[in-house]
Design a protein around this ligand. Sequence first.
Ligand code: NDP
Ligand code: PMR
Length: 396
Amino acid sequence: MALQAAASLVPAAFSIPKEGKSGVSLKDSAFFGLSLSDNLRADFSSSALRCKQKPGAVRAQIVAPTTPAVNKATPEGKKTLRKGSVVITGASSGLGLATAKALAETGKWHVIMACRDFLKAERAAKSAGISKENYTIMHLDLASLDSVRQFVGNFKQSGRPLDVLVCNAAVYLPTAKEPTFTAEGFELSVGTNHLGHFLLSRLLLEDLNKSDYPSKSLIIVGSITGNTNTLAGNVPPKANLGDLRGLAGGLNGLNSSAMIDGGDFDGAKAYKDSKVCNMLTMQEFHRRYHEETGITFASLYPGCIATTGLFREHIPLFRLLFPPFQKYITKGYVSEDEAGKRLAQVVSDPSLTKSGVYWSWNKASASFENQLSQEASDPDKARRMWEISEKLVGLA
Ligand code: NDP
Ligand code: PMR
């Protein structure tokens, strides 16, 4: 087993540029200045967001009127900003929980924790010390498109505004010998990490567009391991979507491969491929909707959070060696708290509202716009992946 763990830590190539080359943007912890209220959009055209709906799909419900994001409520006539409303998927552990905590602690955000295990989420929120008035848990299982549609229906019915959506949840199945599948029969990693989030964000785009908050955004968590322009992204198996033939075939492992590129099943590759889809999806959203809606679309690599539940399916020896390896050898390690602060920064820091960006942090923990690999920034692949994905989730 030791050999197995050691072997799995041997990289294929080392002559790869490190992440972290482009211009550093200074950290700015200031919250949105009240002057931002001047930038509020009065016109929320949703024409760009209309999409064909299948029979049975959840339709937008009438949303109860909410407090305007900025109002002149104080006796001195000072403008105040209402609490931002942010949905975070997979907020029951790891990065999602740490981000929920970081945002809730500011007192400026209400976090909707979109989780598949209600009790686990409730316990996690309590043990993280998130106070009751700052969070709501809503059920969401991304491995079921029905559940995604139900969540969207429930969210719309709640009457809450949607200012930021964070697509964070993920599964990683590196030791699986055979593929497992979502309720609709898609390979589980791509089905959960990409297709579930794809449907969720498409159905909630209209709500984001309606937000009158100074900055509204859709954030999809990416990763270094999906980017083959890095050392980490060159550790085999490498991400590669190929010509998307497996995705087009429905990833069902029956009449089509369970892998996006049509190859043999490999759980670690499926995860990395799903992260490439996440990063391509963010950019395709940006190209299609940013100009018209003003929504910020962003992705990020928060650092290597080697202690999270993401590695729960890995062999015990890997889980033992991985944190010290990342801490002392690659120095890519980041704590859950620090990673949560980074993602919270993308949610709420006015200096990180540029759209179409993949954020990373340097060793001094300063954010910068990072370069994506050739495949993860290929516009043609992004468009084809988008078109196939919308068929698979029943939007086209
Ligand atoms: P965790 O396993 O701690 O968190 C993943 C979360 O996703 C959990 O809350 C889990 O819920 C949830 N989840 C899994 N499947 C589903 C589902 N079907 N429906 C709803 N929720 C689901 O891992 P991390 O915090 O590390 O991962 C968070 C994000 O960070 C992922 O997108 C990952 O790709 C990314 N990332 C992580 C890195 C790392 O080093 N850890 C590095 C780079 C990116 P439950 O608690 O019920 O299991
Ligand atoms: Mg990697 C700078 C080098 C670096 C960084 C930042 C990471 C991050 N890794 C690096 C290097 C290496 N890793 C090297 C040289 C090796 C071979 C010894 C190596 C191995 C390795 C394995 C076996 N690394 C891994 C694994 C996993 O199973 C993790 C994975 O791919 O999950 C998908 C992983 C990771 N390394 C990272 C990060 C962030 C991960 C995991 C999380 C992710 O992408 O979500």
